[in-house]
Design a protein around this ligand. Sequence first.
Ligand SMILES: [Zn+2]
Length: 391
Amino acid sequence: MLNEFTAFMPAKIHFGAGAINKLKTEKLPGKKALVVISAGTSMRKFGYLDKLTGILGEVGIPYELYDKILPNPIKEHVMEGAALAKKTGCDMVVALGGGSTIDSGKAIAVMATNPGDYWDYISGGTGKGEPVPNKPLPVIAITTTAGTGTEADPWTVITNGEEKIGFGYEGTFPTISIVDPELMTSVPKNMTAYQGFDALFHSTEGFIASIANPLSEAMSIKAIELIGKWLPVAVNEPDNIEAREYVAYANTIAGFVETYSCCTSEHSIAHAISGIYPKVPHGAALISISVSYYEAFLGHIDDLLAKMAQALGVNISGMSESEAAKSFIDALKELKVKCGVDKLCLTDFGVDPNKAEYIAQNAYDTMGGLFDLDRKQLSMEETTDIIKKAM
Ligand SMILES: [Zn+2]
């Protein structure tokens, strides 16, 4: 039986090497841009900011710059960016960078047109879960990494104190997204791996989520296949544009998976880790917990794990279903080796091993909803154990 589904993805996506130049001919959704970039140096160093502002100049769009976004982006910067947009009369947001920048751009777009505090609209943790009264500013998302899929989904994940919580609805899709693999060749090896695994887990979680449907499943399997094949190449040959293209494409369709299906509790746990320990990159949190996370589902969703093993290139013919399911765990470990992240663990980033239960509780309190999408309910003990094994 097929799960019923509704498909809605209103972002216009320009994909391909050089796609940023499409902004020269595209009808832009505003007259003045708030350009949002990270506090890091790469957007300036690699000339991406100049490229963007050059294009804006060519098409006669003035802009203001907000350049403070952190790798695990925080609410204070959302509020500050929104205040700048309001003060300077920006009527669209152009976010240039990785997932944290684009997510922040979306959240800034919400707060630029709405009253109160961003956490008024967040569900989970101390968020008030109020409806957003006004339409956010339009967002142009230009992704320079292949990791979050945020260019093809409505989600934005922001941290407030120790609460790192995802938010999104029909109004928070980008209006226009640019996925240009030429802007990704400068991503360093470890970040390429972290981001690529993030895209992998959007696909695998979307595949095992209870709300998966034929559309999301097809995209999940394709993304898993492409990441299994091309991520090690992109990690080990950063200038290989073909590998960058395939990983970028896999990441974008993994974004569709997040839109049409959803992540599961693996993301709740990873967000809790980075919420409490902002130095843990999102992808690194996921990589660290991934083996123990999927092991917890062995014997419960073996048919699905077997299909994902096949997508990672395992020949499962002749195997029993439980053997095939276990082969997914082995294939995951092997992919980690190929990408040089097999030794990664949470203590590398200063996570206190005694905090496993505290992290698990945070995951339930902030993004408990994703646990409901697991096909097997994880107990508090099991969740704590997954985190402990990642230390
Ligand atoms: Zn993610």
